[in-house]
Design a protein around this ligand. Structure first.
Ligand SMILES: Cc1cc2nc3c(=O)[nH]c(=O)nc-3n(C[C@H](O)[C@H](O)[C@H](O)COP(=O)(O)OP(=O)(O)OC[C@H]3O[C@@H](n4cnc5c(N)ncnc54)[C@H](O)[C@@H]3O)c2cc1C
Length: 378
């Protein structure tokens, strides 16, 4: 059998590693296709834009990672999936046949959803935009007005808080007297993890005298002026606004692949709702149990998809299921960091256990996690 994995991020790489180990001495073939030659460890990117890491330190060559577990790597762009024929079309019209397919091509920032956002904000999702953002941050000077926020539908708001607190720390370190304003579409600050986190973040922002606006929606962004749908406007000289996500272009070019704005509906087994031999993991999926998208969630999903494919290869039912969980660490600039956990409570009526802690320790944990993760993949 041939298993083809599309994408070399957290989802694709972890599916490949898990399946590669399980199928090491079998005749099954595993191929991973990605358009870039390396894995990008995105959690390091906020450090890169504030000059605390080099971009090269956040990337690892995919061929070396995959070689160790006998997974073949093809560096090409996917242009179409033909599920009725079990085929993937790559650039140059190369055809790749599969028995099982794993779609892990992530989410692209959907800047076009909000008029003017693409032209008037900076970001750090890929190498190119990260470099441009770093250069622009180096130009920030006293008197500038900085706007940071999460626009509606962004599925990883944790990032916007990291950018906010890291920007505050950077300005203090560089002795730049610039103002910061924060906004989010969330009803409460990072309310996904619960009240304790929201109130801790509010307290920190109040102490720092950083104005913040909750439950607001961006209408449009003009050069140096943001408009909210409630009529408020914010002038700015530099902005970092995280957008909603959409799926990769080839998903839109695949008429037999059900999707919503390129995001693919999946069962809790990570099989797509439409095709039982096609799985999808990571930022590109839509499932009620995956509210907050993250590298951590992508890795958990990847392991479940790999287990289920392995079960199917043995003629068994793919029965492993994803349940809503979250584990994360976010940087809080001069305040250290915050670690949070959210997982189902099996012992009493409360549906979820939510825990969070803040200070120097979570910051050190995040640094240790970065070192460990990159060492593990090397
Ligand atoms: C700045 C930043 C900081 C973050 N910090 C954290 C954090 O601290 N902790 C955490 O858990 N999460 C964090 N996240 C979120 C995390 O990075 C994402 O959730 C994660 O990368 C999603 O993994 P993925 O495999 O779905 O997609 P991606 O990592 O986006 O990987 C997609 C892969 O698909 C490939 N691809 C895309 N289109 C095609 C195509 N047409 N053909 C071939 N290949 C294609 C890409 O080249 C890439 O290899 C952060 C995100 C950002 C942007």
């Amino acid at each position: 059998m041939r298993i083809v994995i599309l994408g070399g991020g957290f989802g694709g790489v972890n599916t490949a590693l898990k399946l590669g180990k399980k199928l090491k001495d079998s005749n099954h073939e595993i191929i991973l296709v990605a358009e870039k030659p390396h894995f990008l460890f995105r959690p390091s990117l906020p450090w890169v834009i504030f000059d605390e890491r080099k971009l090269d330190d956040a990337t690892l060559p995919l061929d070396k990672i995959l070689q160790k577990v006998g997974v073949q790597f093809i560096q090409k762009t996917v242009i179409q999936v033909l599920p009725k024929n079990n085929r993937v079309v790559l650039q140059d019209d190369t055809i790749l046949e599969y028995d099982y397919l794993v779609i892990a091509t992530g989410g692209l920032p959907d800047f076009e959803k909000t008029p003017g956002l693409k032209e008037n904000t900076y970001s750090c999702y890929f190498e190119d935009d990260t470099k441009k953002t770093k250069e622009q941050i180096e130009n920030i000077k006293s008197g500038d007005q900085i706007l940071i926020g999460a626009s509606d539908g962004n599925p990883c708001t944790c990032l916007s808080y990291e950018l906010l607190f890291e920007m505050d720390a950077y300005l203090q370190k560089q002795k730049i007297n610039a103002s910061i304003t924060y906004f989010t579409y969330e009803s409460d600050l990072f309310d996904y993890v619960g009240n304790k986190v929201s109130s801790t973040l509010e307290k920190l922002l109040n102490e720092k005298k950083i104005p913040f606006y909750k439950n607001v929606t961006v209408e449009k962004v003009e050069p140096n002026l943001l408009h909210l749908t409630n009529g408020m406007t914010f002038p700015f000289t530099f902005s970092l606004i995280t957008p909603a996500f959409k799926g990769a272009d080839y998903i839109f070019a695949s008429p037999d692949l059900e999707h919503e704005n390129g995001i693919i509906p999946v069962h809790n087994t990570l099989q797509t709702k439409q095709w039982e031999n096609i799985y999808s993991v990571g930022d590109t999926i839509q499932n009620p149990a995956v509210i907050h998208k993250s590298g951590w969630a992508a890795e958990v999903e990847a392991h479940i998809a790999a287990e289920n494919i392995h079960l199917s290869l043995q003629g068994k039912t793919p029965e492993k299921k994803y349940v809503e969980t979250a584990l994360g660490m976010m940087e809080l600039g001069t305040e250290g960091g915050m670690a949070f956990v959210k997982y189902p409570n099996k012992r009493n009526e409360a549906p979820m256990i939510e825990m969070a802690t803040q200070g120097v320790l979570p910051h050190l944990m995040k640094v240790a996690f970065e070192k460990y993760y990159l060492w593990k993949l090397r």
